[in-house]
Design a protein around this ligand. Structure first.
Ligand SMILES: [Cu+2]
Length: 282
């Protein structure tokens, strides 16, 4: 069925972050101001087309500027845009100023990678291990410092992950290859993930459920499939889920400790050169 509405906000997915309502209010305001200006301009246009149409005996008049009209059409948009800027300033600060990011109840790392979203949790010790780009490999996308004990139990997931409702979640966001954009439509969040830098995003989700995480930056041939699922859960459900992940990680670490694998070294060059490489020394 064709579902018509004058209000574009009915096409939005439900907003479930603490600041989604204020952003929707701003969108609604800008939307209706734009609609009103559009209608007014069209009325004036049609009126003038009719009023100044070609008629016998009517000669066009030459005008050179009108100070009053020019003053008004300069002042009106200035007042409008400055007003919108002042009205939305507090929303911007709350969402984007790093000094206004609340102290995190949950802190995670997220890195975009063509074409996946990878998430790192602090693990059993509750502390994210140090990271640095120099440690980054295909197996260690976050560049977790192997010498930092806090990093050993960190839990890395791809695609689907869980978070608790009514908690301040701080996401440290980056990318390992190209620009991606971390887009949580239900939370009204869209933030570029930039290779080589870490950007903080925060939110507080109020409703449990499964929500889409999309990439909103055309990042390559698999861009359309770069999606994740964010499960917002009650505190108890999240704790159960996290405990299971921590237990599984502990088992892996215990198995590794019991049966240590030798460090993977660069394979030594074989004494006999492979066939076809004779004479390659010059
Ligand atoms: Cu992407």
């Amino acid at each position: 069925m064709f579902d018509f509405s004058w209000n574009m906000l009915t096409y939005f997915p439900p907003g479930i972050s603490t600041y989604s309502e204020s952003l929707d209010d701003l969108f609604r305001l800008v939307y209706w101001i734009s609609a009103a200006i559009f209608v007014l301009v069209q009325i004036v246009l049609v009126t003038f087309i009719f009023k100044y149409r070609t008629r016998p005996g009517h000669k066009s008049i030459y005008h050179h500027g009108n100070n009053v009209v020019e003053f008004v059409w300069t002042l009106a948009p200035t007042v409008l845009f400055a007003g919108l800027g002042l009205y939305s300033d507090e929303m911007w600060k709350v969402m984007k100023y790093s000094s206004r990011v609340p102290s995190p109840d949950v802190e995670i790392d997220v890195v975009g990678q063509a074409f996946n979203w990878n998430v790192r949790y602090p693990g059993g010790d509750g502390i994210l291990g140090k990271r640095h780009a120099r440690y980054r490999t295909a197996q260690n996308l976050f560049g977790i410092d192997p010498t930092d004990v806090h990093g050993k139990d960190d839990i890395v997931l791809t695609g689907e992950f869980n978070l608790p409702i009514n908690k301040n979640v701080v996401v440290h966001l980056s990318s390992v290859d190209v620009l991606h954009s971390y887009f949580l439509p239900n939370f009204r969040i869209k933030q570029d993930a930039v290779p080589g830098s870490w950007i903080d995003v925060w939110f507080n989700g109020t409703k449990p459920g499964k929500y889409e995480l999309a990439c909103a930056e055309l990042c390559g041939s698999g861009h359309y499939a770069m999606r994740g699922v964010l499960n917002m859960q009650s505190d108890a459900d999240f704790a159960t889920w996290m405990d299971a992940k921590i237990t599984a990680k502990k088992a892996i670490l215990a198995a590794q400790a019991a049966n240590p694998q030798p460090e993977v070294a660069t394979p030594a060059p074989s004494s006999a050169p492979p066939a076809g490489e004779h004479g390659s020394s010059h």
